[in-house]
Design a protein around this ligand. Structure first.
Ligand code: NDP
Ligand code: MG
Length: 412
């Protein structure tokens, strides 16, 4: 769905964040292909107004109702203003929008994402947490409403590009040697042997385990290759980000968890790879700038010129690949377990991680406590299979309470 000139009309949820900023740059870079018709944020009224004044969407939404006056005063035109969580759902369903880009940190993007799907909007998903939490529901709803789910996360956008040509053209499900994939995926992944997610390894890639206890929030917030919001930056340091991405890949592409692997690639140039049955591997490469995957999600299936620099191979001295330190960074094993068990366990892992990350940033727990808290909460959970949205939200809340308990017990 798009207007006659091939220009996508996009609602951007999370406009004031790191992905939001990159998405606004994409819109300014390719105005003939991307028009922002709605912008939403939580409470940063000033920054939301500045963005709106620049791209002039007809609707804006600020979830925090107490800041609406600040927003109104800072706007230099009169868009339609939505507010509250209801406003977020409304702006996600704007009649004149083709696509909703969900770039809200955490799980608050889930309901608006589902509302957008129901309203027939294509979804560009940066918020991996919502696929981890409710991948089965999001993908099923998307299939039933015939909307596309386009990955913005750089690894998944890379895989999406490597699977180009593998998209099923009809809704009729043909039996294949891989019934799991056939049932769930928009792609025919029967000849995909492995999906290989690349990971930079984060700032502690080479830090000895014995030094983990003394890692500070300041150190963990310094990512070597990507400039991102604080939550995902800590997730990149613990490698929970990669764990979340393993489950994200499982749902987006309909591959079982044991076909999703991770390789450490410190240069962040190869954004992920797909190995096929014949032993060939396809990879996608670019400099590490989120404008690349955001643009592709918006212009797909087309590719259009932009002002981003292409790779200069004469300046790339090396591309390295290493096996992850699974025992020292347990997040990936925890995520594999959560993804393989399925049901409510991934939501529980995600929620416990969110609480543990916040506690680490508040200096309440130490860096390795993040894994310990998540594992403790996962061990206490009795997963519910094929949960509906209520069961997922209940498990999410339960895990948050349990994780808070773990944080408190460490502070006694
Ligand atoms: P940021 O912390 O930089 O930004 C978060 C955005 O979400 C802000 O616009 C914030 O608004 C908004 N927000 C937070 N809570 C709510 C809420 N309850 N309702 C509405 N809006 C809310 O995060 P990032 O941009 O780094 O990440 C966003 C998502 O994208 C995450 O899920 C992350 O995992 C994913 N992602 C990010 C990448 C990156 O490079 N940054 C790469 C790949 C994925 P306000 O400013 O008003 O608080
Ligand atoms: Mg990523």
């Amino acid at each position: 769905m798009e207007n006659s000139k091939g220009r996508k009309r996009v609602v951007l949820l999370g406009a004031t964040g790191s992905i939001g900023e990159s998405a606004l740059k994409v819109a300014c870079d390719i105005p003939e292909r991307m028009e922002i018709v709605g912008l939403a944020a939580k409470s940063n009224a000033q920054k939301l107004a500045e963005a709106a004044n620049e791209v002039r969407p007809e609707s804006v939404c600020l979830v925090d109702e107490t800041r609406i006056d600040v927003l109104r005063r800072a706007l230099d035109y009169q868009p339609r203003i939505f507010s509250g969580e209801v406003g977020l759902l409304e702006i996600a369903c704007l009649t004149n929008a083709d696509m909703v880009l969900v770039a809200i940190v955490g799980t608050a993007g889930l309901r608006p994402a589902l509302a957008a799907i129901e309203a027939g909007k294509d979804l560009a998903v940066a918020s991996k947490e919502i696929l981890v939490m409710a991948g089965e529901i999001v993908m099923r709803e998307a299939r039933e409403n015939s909307v596309h789910v386009l990955p913005v996360d750089s690894e998944h956008n890379a895989i999406f590009q490597c699977l180009e040509g593998k998209r099923r053209t009809s809704n009729i499900q043909h039996p294949t040697s891989n019934p799991f994939g056939a049932e769930r995926s928009a792609f025919d992944v029967s000849d995909v042997r492995r999906i290989i997610l690349t990971a930079s390894g984060g700032p502690f890639r080479e830090t000895p385990r014995k030094d983990f206890d003394s890692i500070t929030a300041e150190q963990a917030l310094k990512h070597p290759t990507w400039n991102m919001g604080p939550k995902i930056t800590i997730d990149s340091a613990t490698l929970f980000n990669k764990g979340l991405e393993m489950i994200e890949a499982h749902w987006l592409f309909g591959v079982e968890m044991d076909r999703v692997e991770v390789v450490i690639h410190p240069q962040s140039i190869v954004h992920s790879m797909v190995e096929f049955a014949d032993g060939s591997t396809l990879a996608q490469l670019s400099y590490s700038n989120m404008r690349f995957p955001i643009q592709y999600a918006v212009t797909w299936p087309d590719r259009v010129p932009n002002t981003l620099p292409p790779l200069d191979f004469s300046k790339l001295s090396k591309l390295e690949f290493f096996t992850p330190r699974y025992d020292d960074f347990p997040a990936m094993n925890l995520a594999r377990r959560a993804g393989e068990t399925g049901g409510t366990l991934p939501a529980v892992m995600n929620a416990a991680n969110e609480i543990a990350v916040a506690a680490f940033l508040n200096r309440q727990v130490r860096f390795p406590d993040i894994w310990r808290i998540v594992e403790e909460v996962m061990n206490r959970h009795a997963p519910v299979a094929h949960p509906d949205l209520d069961a997922i939200l209940q498990a999410d809340q339960w895990a948050r309470n349990e994780a808070q308990g773990c944080v408190k017990s460490r502070n006694r």
